[in-house]
Design a protein. Sequence first.
Length: 501
Amino acid sequence: MKPVPNVRLLIAGEFVESRTTEWRDVVNPATQQRLARVPMATRDEVGAAVAAAQKAFKTWRHTPIGVRARIFLKYQQLIREHIKEVAAILTAEQGKTLADAEGDIFRGLEVVEHAASIGNLQMGELANNVASGVDTYTLQQPLGVCAGITPFNFPAMIPLWMFPMAIACGNSFVLKPSEQDPMSTMRLVELAIEAGIPPGVLNVVHGGEEVVNAICDHRDIKALSFVGSTRVGTHVYNRASLAGKRVQCMMGAKNHAIVLPDAHKEQTLNALIGAAFGAAGQRCMAVSVAVLVGEAQQWIPELVERAQKLVVGDGAVAGTDVGPVISCAAKERVESLIARGLAEGAVLELDGRLPPLDGGLREGNFVGPTIFSGVKPGMAIYDQEIFGPVLCIAGASSLDEAIALINANPNGNGTTIFTQSGAAARRFQEEIDVGQVGINVPIPVPVPLFSFTGSRASKLGDLGPYGKQVVLFYTQTKTVTERWFDDSTVSTGVNTTISLR
Ligand code: NAD
């Protein structure tokens, strides 16, 4: 077998080779070419990363805010300069198209830009004269060592949701990227070090379940951010909370788009196709269920016709619309769910199994756009997150019926409505029980001026990634209540009552 590079750990500012005996291959999902080997780090290596972070925190926490901000100004510049290089690595290991890989990096870059304005974000509050001669103000102080565990589907954006904001707030960080595609994350980490993040402030360990559990249990880690599946996120939340950590988990989804018959047809059909099949459906905010209301149900043939035109192939090749899914196991799972959908009585309008492919891609993990109609709760294709290029269509006779369907689904990550009626859109925004709401916007992920606001079963913990919420997550709010005396204000006598006056 041709030798491939080993992905390294980052501990105390050094990129080092793991001493583990356990490795797994990083594989191009379009071709099955081995790209690298990633180590399953040992418990000692996790311990060393946390110890390095703990040591670095002692000085980093006192670093002036302007110094921290300027590192992220430099970092955003370096990411811009290297965006094409990182996108090529990302496409090779993850499969999404090059343009989409650049989008993945760009959405992370926006968080880095946001981290550069930490001076405005980490300001406290002050109330003058809360009692006679007494003022109260808040301090937003860093917590210590924070950690992040990330999924395979956004190997640039999601690590960048985490460590820039945590470090800008004055914390140190231990990152555990997805073991399926760690190479683009590592390139971004190298650029962060080049931007001036000091040794030990950012550390990286690789691995799977054991490393994640070691992070959950480590008593010197104060806060943990997780993004991934609901099953793993629930485990991480419970285990890390029990170990006394502050935890935020963004998890699985089933995002519904309501289409009212008055919607702009051209825009709506194109938006649905892009949101369902882009990144081969492997986005936590992908539209996976379209709820067609009334006469909009007659649009199915046109939807199918447009989806059929998408080009399935290697994301690195210009003109590709839909790349592979991440692994052979993911492909098998998606295909078995398609078979189950058929067996459970849904109508297979478009079958993406065995998509037409260039000869060289026969080994790749390809599933083409797939559309089911007549989908109902209780069917596996509705109840489970498929995480592949499969769009389920459900019918509804009214907006209220469509809203009731969505509110009965346990997930609450994203949803959207297509309509030209302001009144219908407003009713939807008020009544829908989902955290991220789009109005004629298929994937309503907020930019970092706001926070990511998935809800219900798609989230555990109160505060979301990036934006203002994450500053609260990565800092401890202290209130300081102070009074200063001079001769004119000295009171006489002891006061045993609770009042400050
Ligand atoms: P995953 O849960 O399998 O993996 C996420 C992380 O957990 C990885 O770093 C992995 O190494 C680790 N992990 C895997 N199995 C584990 C186990 N048994 N014990 C402990 N740790 C384990 O998720 P994935 O397949 O990489 O990513 C896809 C999922 O992530 C989808 O469900 C998607 O909806 C979700 N996601 C959610 C958001 C969001 O913001 N809500 C964003 C992106 C992805």
